[in-house]
Design a binder for this molecule. Structure first.
Ligand code: IPE
Ligand code: IPE
Ligand code: MG
Ligand code: MG
Ligand code: MG
Length: 293
């Protein structure tokens, strides 16, 4: 994929800094913190925090003010990956180009590292000093809704249940993807807008953009599992079919899945209420379906 726009790099750097600061301040230097740091610093595209920061900027905010909130999103995403990889879930041994957290630290520590990242993230959000205290509360509620049983966790449950099912409809599959992955990606730009004090109408438009790219993101992830390589993806490929996962290429084939993802991205771009000067939110949306990792 072509190089990311310079503004993404700026945002990525501020997320990395906020993540470092969040853990450097830790009073308990023990194994669980080591495992949290191991998974957090293994790389990762940082799409969710970058989305938050780009939307924040597009809605008129200053990105430094939202860096802590953006870091919180990445902590939650990393927790979801650690748990997703556990033997009782997808049973993966490679993540972000490294042995998965449970392979490196053992299952119990990986479980705790995920729990600690999730918990710590909500603390960071509550204390995000650049954001008006009156806005932090609705942001926390939005976030909790997106990743809880109505969103990501509910979707992960459906994903596991679907391993044992045949004849899933495309609508059922869409629901799984919208919940396990889409809900979080939908929330990220909406949170950025909220942090900037945007109106409900503007926030809803960013949410709609996020909803479309969220589904496209998981379709692209399904495609990478079929067409990608472990070197590029930093994780095993070909595992979805082996585990009987419900996926877009499994149901629609590669070409129709790719066209659906591209369609969604164009719909997302049309839903945008405004963008940063370089059109970065549109570029990011298109990157999501063309990426190779
Ligand atoms: C992988 O997410 C898990 C899914 C929701 C598909 P990413 O593709 O954003 O993973 P990293 O953060 O770049 O490692
Ligand atoms: C993961 O979906 C979704 C969440 C982590 C919530 P996948 O199971 O497809 O993600 P990968 O392929 O392991 O990264
Ligand atoms: Mg999974
Ligand atoms: Mg997985
Ligand atoms: Mg996958």
């Amino acid at each position: 994929m072509n190089a990311a726009p310079a503004r993404w790099e700026t945002h990525r750097n501020s997320v990395e800094r906020a993540l470092r600061e969040a853990l450097d301040g830790s009073r308990a230097e023990n194994r669980v913190v080591e495992a949290m740091r191991y998974s957090l610093t293994a790389g990762g595209k940082r799409i969710r925090p970058i989305l938050l920061l780009l939307a924040h900027e597009a809605a008129g905010g200053r990105s430094e003010a939202a860096a802590q909130a953006a870091a919180a999103l990445e902590m939650i995403h990393t927790y979801s990956l650690i748990h997703d990889d556990l033997p009782c879930m997808d049973d993966d041994d490679l993540r972000r180009g490294r042995p998965t957290c449970h392979v490196a630290f053992g299952e119990a520590t990986a479980l705790l590292a995920g729990d600690a990242l999730l918990t710590h993230a909500f603390g960071l959000l509550a204390e995000a000093s650049g954001i008006e205290p009156t806005v932090r509360c609705p942001m926390i509620a939005t976030h909790a809704g997106a990743i809880g049983y109505e969103g990501m966790i509910g979707g992960q449950m459906l994903d596991l249940d679907a391993e044992k099912k045949n004849g899933l409809s495309i609508l059922e599959l869409q629901t799984i993807h919208e919940r396990k992955t889409g809900a979080f990606l939908e929330a990220a730009p909406a949170l950025g807008a909220m942090a900037a004090g945007a109106s409900d109408e503007t926030t809803a438009a960013f949410r709609e953009y996020g909803r479309k790219i969220g589904l496209a993101f998981q379709i692209a992830d399904d495609l990478l599992d079929v067409t990608g390589t472990a070197e590029e993806a930093g994780k095993r490929v070909g595992k979805d079919a082996a585990r009987g996962k419900a996926t877009y290429p499994g149901l629609l084939g590669i070409d129709r899945s790719r066209s659906r993802a591209r369609e969604l991205v164009e719909e997302a771009v049309r839903a945008l209420p405004c963008d940063t000067p370089g059109g970065d939110l549109a570029v990011l949306a298109r990157y999501i379906v063309e990426r190779i990792h």
